[in-house]
Design a binder for this molecule. Structure first.
Ligand SMILES: Nc1ncnc2c1ncn2[C@@H]1O[C@H](COP(=O)(O)OP(=O)(O)O)[C@@H](O)[C@H]1O
Ligand SMILES: CC(C)(COP(=O)(O)O)[C@@H](O)C(=O)NCCC(=O)O
Ligand SMILES: [K+]
Length: 256
């Protein structure tokens, strides 16, 4: 089995693969100050919850965008599974990740994994929109090369900024309102945040197509993808496992 861990700024997603099949997937809160011991305890409870055994883990792969947690997770996987995980980056994904980009080392590991999975699973060209703490877009051109993309505030991040600066504004649920013209404060904010997000992505994707000179399938992933994607006119598929799939592909290639 492969233990794949995607450490995002808000959530850490943990996947257990048997070959190409994702057997278990858990989403836990990312705590920036967690220690390797705490992470090992978390891993061990999740494993026992589904009667999985550490002995069956043969390899690990980690994509981290939270530098303070990378080593803690590496140690937790080593302690639990006895295997040193591959740490995903533009460099360790070499062979699967071809970047036409000035400084590949600065690309977030989740973006590398997303781009790899999208190209392998959907072909090139392809665009990924990852709705997390940030809403980021990855562009893979018709030659299969990562060309760069977009980093914008994520849905919850934008909403938080609005609440903290508007003295009279209530906290809202991140759901899409029935109509764009809000007839209450809550609906008006939901229209601004949720429909605004779908339209912002569509506008950015159209600009990306214009720059490339051609269109491409657009794959949505990240916590809020299922909520926003139905309201977008450019997103063609939702794949909530895209980042984990990228880790699986990168780890498989590193082993071969
Ligand atoms: N399963 C879910 N259902 C609804 N909203 C979610 C879910 N998971 C995450 N979110 C929302 O998406 C935001 C960030 O998503 P996530 O993909 O976890 O970010 P990151 O990859 O940056 O950790 C969270 O702030 C939360 O509001
Ligand atoms: C863009 C990100 C903040 C997205 O993180 P997430 O929303 O998944 O928590 C992350 O990929 C990151 O820190 N990237 C480094 C900068 C870059 O990719 O250019
Ligand atoms: K993201």
């Amino acid at each position: 089995m492969l233990l794949a861990i995607d450490i995002g700024n808000t959530h850490t997603v943990i996947g257990v693969y048997a070959g190409e099949s994702l057997e278990s997937m858990w989403r836990i809160a990312t705590s920036r100050t967690a220690t390797a011991d705490e992470l090992r305890v978390a891993l061990s409870s999740l494993f026992s919850l589904e009667s999985l055994a550490f002995e069956d883990v043969r390899a690990g792969a980690v994509a981290s965008v939270v530098p303070s947690l990378t080593q803690a997770w590496v140690r937790a996987v080593e302690d639990a599974a006895g295997a040193t995980p591959l740490v995903c980056s533009a460099k360790t994904a070499e062979g699967l990740f071809d970047a036409d980009y000035p400084r590949p080392a600065e690309i977030g590991a989740d973006r590398v994994a997303d781009a790899v999975a999208a190209r392998v699973l959907y072909g090139a060209p392809v665009v990924v929109v990852d709705f997390g703490t940030a809403t980021n877009i990855e562009v893979v051109d018709s030659e299969g090369r990562f060309r760069g993309g977009v980093i914008a505030p994520g849905v919850q991040t934008s909403a938080n900024a609005l609440f903290s600066h508007g003295a009279r504004l209530p906290v809202i649920d991140l759901v899409v309102p029935p109509k764009v013209i809000g007839t209450s404060t809550v609906e008006a904010i939901q229209a601004g945040i949720m429909l605004g997000e779908a339209d912002r992505v569509d506008g950015l994707v159209r600009r990306i197509f214009a720059q490339l000179g051609y269109e491409a399938p657009v794959i949505a992933t990240g916590g809020l993808a299922p909520v926003v994607a139905p309201h977008s006119s450019t997103i063609t598929a939702v794949n909530s496992e895209l980042t984990l799939e990228g880790l699986r592909l990168i780890a498989a290639r590193a082993e071969a």
